[in-house]
Structure formats: C-alpha cells, structure tokens
Design a binder for this molecule. Structure first.
Ligand SMILES: Nc1ncnc2c1ncn2[C@@H]1O[C@H](COP(=O)(O)OP(=O)(O)OP(=O)(O)O)[C@@H](O)[C@H]1O
Ligand SMILES: [Mg+2]
Length: 270
C-alpha cells in the first residue's frame, strides 16, 4: 500500500520535473518559439537604450498568464547574447522560478532582505551561460514590506554593478501591490497577457495601476498563442506585440497550488 503510494509520488515528481524542463527553452524548442523570444529580446533592447544595467519587470493582470515562463525564457534569450543576466523571483506568494529549475529554492531574496544570508550566497548559477537567478526564498508574512525596504534598493543597486540585465518576476498587479512597488526600481515593465484568458477590463486595470506609479510600460507579450495549422507539437507559442492570426486553438492548463487570496479566473482545461 505505502509502496505503491511512494512510487506514484515518485512518478508524479518525475513528470512534473519533465514538464518544467519543457517549459524552458531547450534543444527541442521549436524555431518559431525561439524566434518569438528573440523578437521580444530585440524590442526590449531597443526600448531601453543607453549604457548601464537594464532592469525589467514582468507582471500581468491576474494569475497564471505566463509571467514566470515568459520571464525565464526571455532571460535565457538575453543571456545568449553574452550579456550577464540575473532573474530575481520577487513573487514571495506563489514562487515559480525554483520550480522551473526543479530546485527547492528555500534560500533567496526574502532571506537576503531580512539579513538571513548574504547576497552572494543567494545567487544561484544556472546551467545557462551568463544566467544567474535569485529564488524568492522562504515565504515571508510581509512580502510588500520587504520588497519596498531600503535593503531591497541596496540589493538591486549591488546587482546592477555586476549584471547587464536584471529581470524581476512578480505577482499579478491587480491582486497584490508588489509589482507596483518594485516597478520604482526598474527601467521598464512588460505586461504578459494570455490568449483567450486575459480579460480586457482587467488588463486595462493593470495598465492604470502601473501608470499610477509612473512605471514605464515598454510592451505587451501575448503568451500561449497556438497556430492551429502549424505542425509543431508540444508547447504554446509566444508572440510579442498585440497581433495574432485568427484560428488558433487554445491550450488547456491546470493550476494546483497556492493562492494570492483573491478571485482569479479559472483556467480552462480543454
Ligand atoms: N505558452 C504556454 N503554453 C502552454 N502552457 C503555458 C504557456 N505559458 C504558461 N503555461 C502554463 O501555464 C501555467 C502558468 O504559467 P506561469 O507560472 O508562467 O504563469 P504566471 O503568470 O507566472 O503565474 P503566477 O501568477 O502564479 O505567478 C504553467 O503551468 C505553465 O506551464
Ligand atoms: Mg509566476
């Protein structure tokens, strides 16, 4: 009885690890997905000209629109140019970045912010060249307070001395205030939307919230665009900008952990 349960758990873990592995750009990733990320990279690079470290935040209106997936793949794509990149998981409510790497991620940003570990020890070297990450760390009771602290400013300043790009993965702006707070430390904000999922009114609300804190919105990503006629199997397509062809079919997906503690649209499981 226990034996079978253990095997099931092991198998589930293996499958999850496999799914997470596929979410990140890898040798099997299709040409069009790679190209979409490169286009996004170029657009971001052109939106933030000048020298010095570029700090980019991704957020979305509600949960599960693909912020973490998009952010991670964008960070990989920028690191491929030879730039030194760090991705910080600032989502201390439903952290995702460690999961994508199948790591525990129990030491990270929150630990640094409460002086529980040094910045150096919180930096995780990924297998991707030029790409480091900082996990969100132990889930604290007061994320907004930590993220708006002087220690956060100091941490970002230190990282900016060492990295060419800092990407901030954040929770949905309509649900919690964290992204608006962090946007003050960044040069630009990318809003991630998801085809057939993002609600127009909620998106406009997100834009308003960002405008209210004077964030520079540098673009909109339309995630999970699937060309029904394309012969590529497997993963959804990403597109930068606002346009897409008609006739895509939708990808279903599930979400089974944590909550931001407010209403979020149910994902469809077609
Ligand atoms: N283009 C895509 N094609 C298929 N599945 C996707 C795509 N983008 C995201 N997903 C799936 O949707 C789920 C949510 O993605 P992700 O964690 O990136 O979203 P998020 O906006 O960061 O969520 P959260 O609000 O919880 O932080 C994951 O299970 C992921 O695998
Ligand atoms: Mg996320």
């Amino acid at each position: 009885m226990f034996g079978k349960k253990k095997i099931d758990e092991k198998e589930q873990k293996r499958q999850l690890a496999e799914t997470n592995r596929k979410r990140l750009i890898n040798a099997q990733t299709g040409f069009d997905v790679r190209e979409a990320y490169k286009e996004l990279r170029t657009n971001i690079m052109f939106s933030l000209p000048g020298d010095g470290c570029k700090k980019i935040l991704s957020t979305s209106s509600v949960a599960s629109e693909g912020k973490s997936t998009t952010n991670f793949n964008l960070a990989i794509t920028v690191a491929e140019t030879g730039a030194k990149v760090i991705l910080i998981d600032c989502d201390m409510r439903r952290p995702n970045i460690a999961r994508l790497l199948n790591e525990k991620g129990d030491r990270g940003l929150s630990n640094v912010l409460i002086n529980d570990c040094s910045l150096r020890t919180a930096i995780f070297k990924t297998k991707y060249e030029n790409l480091d990450v900082i996990f969100s760390g132990k889930i604290p009771p007061n994320p907004a307070e930590l993220l708006s602290s002087d220690k956060m400013v100091e941490t970002v300043d230190k990282l900016a001395e060492e990295y060419d790009y800092i990407f901030f993965d954040t929770p949905p702006i309509n649900l919690v205030t964290d992204a608006a707070l962090i946007s003050k430390l960044t040069d630009g904000v990318v809003i991630v939307t998801r085809q057939y999922y993002t609600d127009r009114k909620l998106l406009l609300q997100a834009v308003e919230k960002l405008k209210f804190v004077n964030a520079k919105i540098i673009g909109l990503v339309l995630n999970d665009v699937v060309y029904s006629k394309a012969g590529y199997g497997g993963y959804g397509k990403y597109k930068y900008g606002g346009y897409y062809k008609r006739g895509y079919k939708r990808y279903g997906y599930g979400y089974g952990y944590g909550s931001y503690g407010s209403d979020e649209p149910k994902s469809s499981n077609e």
